[in-house]
Design a protein around this ligand. Structure first.
Ligand code: ACO
Length: 330
């Protein structure tokens, strides 16, 4: 095994301008601000209003900012992996479109689908390209235009989701001691019945009937997903801490997927973390699927210090879930 470690050397994120508030949702479905805030912690979410723009355009904004702030030219990027459940199209891959729109001419690209855990799965995949010594600049993007697959007449899901994107640059760790330290990633198809988009794939190709039945939208059975998310994330956070001999005192930050504030609080309590060590911005963005974790890291970037232990954790459709231990590199 090589002793090269992969490190996050830059981060940027983007959320579209339009703010969809709970007050506006009250006019669309039978709901209210008090219910949404007390059950989910969400006050508003951002929506990409322009119908001509898609997940790749969200990704482009995050990538452009990242390249600029890290002083990287697009031609230097060798691999682009985009985690998304809302690709612009079934194919070509959204990473390819992002690379084309930003001039990353020398990169090979692919998408990775693991719902809300997509960013973690992509980060771990990208790290392997660095650790193997094959590549030196790998770009990981999480981009989702959830508003494209949300039914705005279904109050149980339309309050939850928002649009956004984030991107990180992975490079070989300069000191060999900071970077991606460990990952515990899991999948279990038992969850497929509780969270899915029924139509549009090869099982139920889109037809007039599938559209009439609204099968191109997200379907979620919230309660079992809630329970599985709490036990799933708490389990992998504890596992990654045990494997690396870390107590809660040794960890500077936990960066959880932002699906529901009550889920985040339960996971923190089960893993013995005070909430002041837990990144939370769900009140502003809702659940942006593959973008929640980079949106948090981006907002907390100035507070992160070299050597900080940061645990990223997510849970999503599939089920898929995981935790990644990062020793912050800059
Ligand atoms: N406003 C008002 N009432 C509502 C709303 C709403 N927006 N939505 C549902 N209700 C009602 C329901 O109809 C139900 O009414 P009833 O008791 O008369 O039948 C009641 O509120 C309770 O509904 P529940 O679904 O049991 O509410 P719960 O407390 O479980 O909250 C929620 C629902 C927020 C969806 C929660 O279950 C949840 O967050 N689940 C997990 C979501 C998640 O983590 N998803 C994974 C990531 S997503 C991905 O991978 C793409």
């Amino acid at each position: 095994m090589s002793n090269i470690r992969a490190a996050i050397t830059g981060i940027h994120a983007y959320a579209p301008e339009y703010v969809l508030s709970n007050a506006e949702l009250e006019k669309m479905v039978d709901t209210n601000d008090e219910w949404i805030v007390s059950r989910t912690g969400i006050k508003e979410r951002r929506i990409l209003k322009d119908p001509a723009l898609a997940a790749s355009d969200l990704g482009v904004e995050a990538v452009k900012g990242l390249l600029e702030k890290t002083g990287t030219s697009p031609e230097e990027i060798e691999v682009v992996i985009c985690a998304t459940v809302t690709p612009d199209m079934m194919f070509p891959d959204t990473a390819n479109l992002i690379a084309f729109k930003t001039g990353m001419k020398n990169a090979f690209t692919f998408d990775l689908s693991a719902a809300c855990s997509g960013f973690l799965f992509a980060l771990n995949t990208g790290a392997k390209y660095i650790e193997s010594g094959t590549y030196k600049k790998v770009l990981i993007v999480g981009a989702d235009k959830m508003s494209a697959i949300v039914d705005y007449t279904d109050r149980s899901t339309c309050i939850l989701f928002g649009d956004g994107a984030g991107a990180v640059l992975l490079e070989p760790s300069k000191d060999g001691e900071t970077g991606i330290m460990d990952a515990v990633l899991k999948s279990d198809g038992v969850g497929a019945v509780n969270l899915y988009q029924r139509a549009g794939g090869s099982l139920n190709p889109a037809t007039h009937a599938t559209v009439d039945a609204k099968e191109h939208y997200i379907t979620q059975n919230g309660r079992p997903v809630f329970k599985a998310a709490v036990s799933g994330m708490a389990g992998v956070v504890k596992e990654v801490m045990k494997r690396n001999n870390l107590s809660a005192d040794d960890v500077a930050w936990v960066t959880p997927h932002q699906a529901n504030l009550r889920i985040i609080e339960s996971v923190a309590s089960m893993a013995d973390f005070p909430m002041d060590k837990v990144m939370v911005n769900i009140h502003k963005y809702g659940n942006t699927t593959a973008a929640t974790i980079p949106l948090c890291l981006w907002e907390w970037e100035n507070q992160l210090k070299k050597g900080d232990n940061v645990i990223l954790t997510a849970f999503g459709g599939g089920y898929t879930w995981g935790a990644i231990l990062v020793k912050w590199a800059y």
